[in-house]
Design a protein around this ligand. Structure first.
Ligand code: SF4
Length: 684
């Protein structure tokens, strides 16, 4: 045959956090097909349009293949790796020498493997000498990590998805799995069609809501009131597990006092959810034998996002539906393929690999012993603080791995100001993104189909990532780039291979010590915690005790507080942002694949009454204005959104949606309030 032989590579999808195992078939250096793996631990033979078909970006003509350096002409010019690395090393050395290690910061990536995240945070801490390293979970699920840790002791979802699939009642909150996590969405639908009861809490009529027994549509920004209202009904109607509350939880009297202030009538007034629906939802969850909670960014991306996670978790504790087998806990649906792993690996300014606190001498001492250096003792900067420091002239070097912050971060005009204020911005990317085009050095990186390592999915499972292709031109995997930067600085990070990096990580973070590439090659997937190589990882957490100091789950007594912005006469509509089925985040990869034919632009969903008031019809261009910026979109008139609310995604850099978003952020974690922005509409 004139066709060359096909090579099959088993890897893990690099799009959403479901973590589908895929078989990538390649021939002559090109992807011939991608097939969902029939024995995939999570997906069991399924994959969505992104995993199967969105690989056209690999050979897109504008793929970065050589390092670029901004020359004296002011333009980015191709240079050798040696020149680019020498420039970076000079910049870092000068910044550290003149302004201290705190003048250097790095944003790591959920697109990078665990081993790459581990290596980058090690370089920042052990070589540069700063904890200024963060990752994009700051912008999505940092309230999950904070909220779940405060409640149960660990920063991951409580149960395996196989268990969630055995639930007889699902409470799905602030998530649109049919579009954002399609394989999970399809399986949940099958579960509901098979008899499981379903409560959906989401302002929009998301796909799953059509099949819900009760669809709660709270006003954006009122989650804490809603969850307290549900808890109030559980308590008032005795739908609680008193034995569990006595023996395994703390904080009931304090919670009860707060819930006194959240009777259904008041909660209905705050949230707009009819009292009868609130009571019906609480009874469904409260009377189920095995309830489970799944939630998404509609819970976290709020001014009080951590309170949202904690008050949602209250419901599972009140019911004894966590750590008992009588229900399947509280489970965040992670948006990005490795956002769990990036945090697990310590790409966070306050936490080391395995979530040991930077300020805890024991955790720090363990890392110091393995790395053979003294480490900085104070928390580093979070992403928004890095931008503020850059604008203030205090940040000299900002190294951004795989993130188009100028497109995806809130108050995007201020992000651009920060990039322009920082003397040395390094962007490690596949394409010349909005961020890369403003950088001083651009390093061509490898994609998820071109690298070796592991990802952690939404239910804490490590799975292998294997290269199906070599990166194009001179592009390199982040793992190799971080090693090369370290070498340019005169340092040797050790762990020469990804397998060695994961092994070393297990010495710093015993919670991962039993997981290795070799074991994953044999077993397919292993969940953490997994401290021992000879024992299975723990998929259902907290069966004996919670991971808090006293072993008790913590009920959170948190009152409802209003969001950062409210609609008023000038800005009468509330904008919520999210994702669409065919695209992924800033669209860097999916816009360069067939997905763009399915969904060729960002559009603004608005209710027919609001469209009529603005004189807009379906398909009309619409100028959206907030107090922070403006964006031009295409109107989509639909009753999927309630009157007074509008919705759009942020997949196309040209629409500049995130210029609209305020800088309000979760009071605990600085996660931006993407879900509540007051806007008005005009014809452009
Ligand atoms: Fe699976 Fe998510 Fe990839 Fe789709 S995008 S194939 S659901 S991991």
């Amino acid at each position: 045959s004139w066709l060359g032989p096909l090579t099959r590579t088993r890897t893990t999808c690099g799009y959403c956090g479901v973590g589908c195992a895929l078989d990538v078939l390649t021939r002559d250096g090109e992807v011939a097909a991608v097939r969902p793996a029939g024995d995939g631990p999570v997906n069991r033979g399924h994959a969505c349009v992104k995993g199967r078909f969105a690989h056209g970006f690999l050979r897109a003509g504008d793929r970065l293949t050589r390092p670029l350096l901004r020359g004296s002409s002011g333009r980015l010019e191709p240079v050798s790796w040696e020149e680019a690395l020498a420039h970076i090393a000079r910049g870092i050395r000068a910044a550290v020498g003149e302004a201290g290690p705190g003048s250097v910061a790095a944003i790591s990536s959920a697109r990078s493997t665990n081993e790459e995240n581990y290596l980058l945070q090690k370089l920042m801490r052990a070589v540069v000498g700063t904890n200024n390293v963060d990752n994009c979970s700051r912008l999505c699920h940092s309230p999950s990590a904070a909220g779940l840790t405060a409640t149960f002791g660990l920063a991951g979802g409580t149960d395996a998805f196989e268990d969630v699939e055995r639930a007889d009642c699902l409470l799905v909150v602030g998530a649109n799995p049919a579009e954002a996590h399609p394989v999970v969405g399809a399986r949940l639908l099958r579960q509901v069609l098979g008899g499981a009861r379903l409560v959906v809490a989401d302002p929009r009529a998301v796909g799953l809501a059509r099949h819900a027994d009760v669809h709660l549509r709270p006003r954006p920004g009122t989650n804490v009131a809603l969850f307290n209202g549900l808890a109030h009904v559980l308590l008032a109607e005795g739908l609680i597990d008193e034995d569990f509350l006595r023996s395994r939880a703390a904080g009931l009297p304090e919670l009860a006092a707060v819930l006194d202030d959240h009777p259904p009538g008041r909660v209905a007034a705050i949230t707009g959810v009819p009292e009868a629906d609130l009571v019906a939802a609480a009874r469904l969850y409260g009377r189920a034998e095995r309830p489970a909670i799944l939630y998404g960014l509609g819970v976290t991306e709020h001014l009080h996002g951590t309170d949202g996670v904690r008050t949602l978790a209250n419901l599972a504790i009140l019911r004894g539906a966590v750590g008992t087998g009588r229900g399947f806990g509280v489970n965040p649906l992670r948006g990005q393929n490795n956002v769990q792993g990036a945090s697990d690996m310590g790409a966070l300014p306050d936490l080391l690999p395995g979530y040991g606190k930077v300020r805890d001498p024991v955790a720090r001492g363990r890392a110091e012993q393995v790395w053979g250096v003294r480490l900085p003792e104070h928390d580093g900067l979070r992403i928004p603080e890095m931008f503020a420091a850059a604008r203030a002239g205090d940040l000299r070097v900002l190294w951004i791995v795989g993130e188009d912050v100028a497109t995806t971060d809130p108050d995007a005009n201020r992000v651009v100001e920060a990039l322009e204020s920082c003397p040395l911005v390094i962007s490690q990317e596949l394409f010349l993104s909005e961020t890369a085009r403003r950088a001083d050095v651009v390093l061509p990186a490898a994609s998820w189909l071109e690298k070796d390592g592991t990802f952690v999915n939404f239910d804490r499972r490590f799975q292998r990532v294997r290269p199906a292709l070599a990166p194009p031109g001179e592009a390199r995997a982040d793992f190799a780039i971080v090693h090369a930067v370290a070498a340019a600085l005169g340092a040797d990070l050790g762990c020469p291979t990804p397998a060695a990096a994961l092994a070393e990580c297990g010495r710093v973070a015993p919670v991962f010590a039993g997981i290795s590439h070799e074991r994953l090659d044999r077993e397919g997937a292993v969940p953490w915690p997994c401290p021992e190589a000879g024992r299975p990882g723990v998929s259902r957490l907290y069966q004996d005790r919670f991971a808090t100091a006293d072993g008790l789950a913590r009920l959170a007594a948190r009152p409802y507080l209003p969001p950062g912005e409210a609609a008023d006469d000038d800005y009468p509509l509330i904008l919520v942002t999210g994702r669409r089925w065919a695209h992924y985040n800033s669209g860097t990869m999916t816009r360069r694949s067939g997905a763009v034919e399915i969904d060729p632009t960002d559009h603004l969903d608005l209710h027919p009454a609001d469209a009529a008031r603005a004189g807009l019809g379906d398909g009309d261009p619409v100028l959206v204005e907030s107090r922070h910026g403006q964006a031009t979109l295409t109107a989509r008139v639909t009753e999927e959104v309630l009157r007074g609310q509008v919705f759009c995604a942020f997949h196309f850099a040209a629409s500049r949606v995130n210029a609209l978003i305020s800088s309000h952020a979760d009071t605990v974690t600085s996660c931006p309030e993407y879900k509540v922005t007051a806007v008005r509409l005009r014809k452009p």
